[in-house]
Design a protein around this ligand. Structure first.
Ligand SMILES: [Cu+2]
Length: 132
């Protein structure tokens, strides 16, 4: 929120130098709009910090999920049939059998590219890309 405060001060300062009293209200409206937009952007960034991979119609969606190291990824099975999730090397993560609406979460601590698939339907594949 420090950046937001700096933006508001900068806009307020510009007003004092250049604007009339009517301009004050216009400038305040601009500040409010800017702050609102930036707060929405921050909320979206937080949501993306704990991404969900949806399983539906024998497909992982999104197919590729890019995250920072330390991020938790959660898979949710929306199909009417069971699925599992395990990495191609079979040594990093492996879910139990997920029935409808079951979830599996894994924290990716180490950077790298993790390809995974469904152990019951190996043609179902996905990828988690973990950046430092
Ligand atoms: Cu499956």
């Amino acid at each position: 929120m420090n950046e937001l405060a700096v933006d508001a001060v900068a806009l307020g300062g510009a007003y004092k130098l250049t604007s009339s009293a009517k301009g004050l209200f216009r400038n305040l409206a601009v500040v409010v709009l800017l702050l609102t937009g930036q707060c929405f952007a921050a909320a979206e960034a937080r949501a993306a910090d704990a991404p969900t991979v949806t399983i539906g119609n024998f497909t992982f969606s999104p197919q590729v999920t890019t995250i920072k190291a330390g991020t938790i990824v959660t898979w949710v099975n929306h199909d009417d049939i069971p699925h599992t999730i395990l990495d191609n090397n079979r040594k990093v993560f492996r879910s139990k059998v997920l029935d409808t609406d079951d979830k599996f979460s894994f924290t990716f601590a180490e950077p790298g590219t993790y390809e995974y698939f469904c152990g019951l339907h190996p043609h179902m594949t996905g990828q988690i890309v973990v950046t430092p």
